[in-house]
Design a protein around this ligand. Structure first.
Ligand SMILES: N[C@@H](CCC(=O)N[C@@H](CS)C(=O)NCC(=O)O)C(=O)O
Length: 247
């Protein structure tokens, strides 16, 4: 049976704060694929019945609903959009299977290693733990610098983006974190992570990414992210620390 027009329309459930990197990542993919959608704001800390029914496993945002069916996890949603709307605009994943595997590998690395190390800097007050997290973060950026250099090797000219001449999976996987990376550095009173001397390719990439259409307008201001970390995340982390100390 054909889904009705209402059901066909894409719905995106996400926090209404405008700072959720995972939701922004999906919105970037929707823009690149030139897809219109209804945004349904949700509170990630007070989960609605729709969120619980749509993502019963992780109970997290964002969730994409397409033809009445939910798709969860931002990287999977981005890849789903690329597959389901293959005819729309340029493709987000490379066409070559090996390049697709490499892009997926680094995208997972960014979520599983790079960002947890980076935000981990703020989660601890212990100097040696903080120093370890800084070192891990800088090492992770070093690896990504080399991955970006590899992208250039495959093309004839210097690659503008991880995706080559246009934005691809890795660009939006890392790009959605840019305001967070800056905000974390600022709150930790550190010099910029993406420094032109240490990671010149990444630093230049970040400038290009911030200016790139159609994703430019989706990136929140760093002070908005800083305020979110200070007013929402710090109290949550402190409450979790207190709870674990008293248990
Ligand atoms: N790996 C998930 C992470 C999603 C995530 O952490 N979402 C946050 C909002 S930005 C959330 O729902 N937090 C509520 C919670 O952790 O219960 C993805 O990529 O979609």
């Amino acid at each position: 049976m054909m889904a009705g027009a209402q059901e066909q329309r894409l719905k995106l459930l996400g926090p209404g704060t405008g700072v959720s990197m995972y939701t922004i990542r999906v919105q970037m993919a929707l823009c690149i694929k030139e897809l219109s959608y209804d945004f349904l704001p949700e509170d990630p800390w007070s989960k609605s019945d729709l969120l619980l029914a749509s993502n019963p496993v992780y109970k997290k945002l964002p969730v994409l609903i397409h033809t009445g069916r939910p798709v969860c996890e931002s990287l999977i949603i981005v890849q789903y959009l690329d597959d389901a709307f293959a005819g729309n605009s340029t493709s987000i994943l490379p066409t070559d299977p090996y390049s697709r595997a490499v892009a997926r590998f680094w995208a997972s690395y960014i979520d599983d290693k790079l960002f947890p190390s980076c935000i981990g800097i703020l989660k601890t007050a212990k100097q040696h733990e903080r120093a370890d997290k800084v070192e891990e973060t800088l090492a992770a950026f070093g690896l990504l610098e080399a991955a970006l250099a590899e992208c250039s090797k495959e093309g004839e000219a210097e690659a503008l983006f991880f995706g080559g001449g246009s934005l691809g999976l890795l660009d939006i996987a890392l790009g959605c974190y840019l305001p967070w990376i800056k905000a974390i550095g600022h709150l930790a009173a550190m010099p910029p992570f993406l420094d032109a001397a240490r990671t010149p390719k990444l630093a230049a990439w970040a400038e290009r990414f911030r200016a790139a259409e159609p994703v430019r307008a989706l990136l929140p201001a760093e002070d908005k992210v800083e305020e979110y970390i200070s007013t929402v995340l710090y109290p949550k982390w402190n409450a979790a620390l207190t709870a674990s100390a008293t248990n």
